[in-house]
Write a protein that binds this ligand. Structure first.
Ligand code: AP5
Length: 215
């Protein structure tokens, strides 16, 4: 199975680009660890209760929980898909090593969306999401057609609880300390990799991503 990893700090546009990739390649499968955790919090599951403590502080949920969640998802995927998109995983050295035991490195491509903290804050504070279909908006750059309701399903948009500025700053620090270092490992392993400045227009970024997918 081919795997496309969307890698980058909070607010770099991983979810936004994943949606565009899915529009273009509808037969690929999309796994966002953040979406799965939020769904579990909404359903008040055991996993959701556990994850809530970490997410509300902007910390990573422990590796063993995330790895077993990913393993369960991946083993149920049919090999005939175009490719699997992973958004928000791996996020630590341990998670990368775990993934490499499931998927050979030659079948992996990594897209690194690079952006600074000041842009991240601006992105996230104005982000709104649809709690029903997970579509992502920005109140300045990527607005819904009518006031704060989803274009797809007309549901009232919400702000994520972990999108408060002080939590975002913490998420960015956690990203710098625990997630960014795995890029060195990715480069050492000769995994196919592209770095894209994420402060460009959404469609321009997608065009770069699409070229990388095709090659
Ligand atoms: P998760 O949900 O994965 O959050 P994240 O990685 O912090 O990323 P975001 O969803 O905040 O941002 P994004 O890059 O998807 O940007 P978006 O496209 O929305 O994780 C949440 C939490 O869950 C973590 O903190 C952790 O606790 C836990 N967790 C998840 N995975 C884990 C793991 N593997 N291990 C351990 N814990 C884990 O865009 C942001 C905004 O910008 C939007 O408003 C959008 O409209 C706008 N925008 C996007 N692109 C552009 C552009 N080019 N120009 C202008 N605006 C843009």
């Amino acid at each position: 199975m081919k795997v496309l990893i969307l890698f980058g700090p909070p607010g770099s546009g991983k979810g936004t680009q994943a949606n565009k990739i899915l529009e273009k390649y509808p037969s690929c499968i999309y796994i966002s660890t953040g979406d799965i955790l939020r769904e579990n919090i909404k359903q008040n599951t055991y996993l959701g209760k556990l994850a809530q403590n970490y997410i509300s502080q902007g910390l990573l949920v422990p590796d063993e929980i995330i790895n077993s969640m990913i393993e369960n998802k991946i083993k149920n995927i049919n090999d005939n898909i175009d490719f699997l998109i992973l958004d928000g995983y791996p996020r630590s050295t341990n998670q990368l090593e775990f993934l490499l035991n499931l998927i050979p490195y030659k079948d992996i491509k990594v897209i690194y969306l690079k952006i600074d903290l000041k842009d991240v804050i601006n992105r996230i504070v104005y982000r709104r999401v649809c709690p029903k279909c997970n579509k992502i908006y920005h109140l300045l750059y990527n607005k819904p057609q009518s006031n704060e309701t989803c274009d797809n399903c007309n549901t009232k948009l919400i702000q994520r609880e972990d999108d408060r500025e002080e939590i975002v700053t913490n998420r960015y620090k956690v990203y710098l300390n625990q997630t960014l270092p795995i890029l060195d490992k990715i480069k050492q392993l000769d995994i196919k990799f592209i770095e894209i400045p994420a402060d460009k227009d959404i469609n321009e970024i997608f065009n770069n991503i699409n070229e990388f997918i095709k090659n």
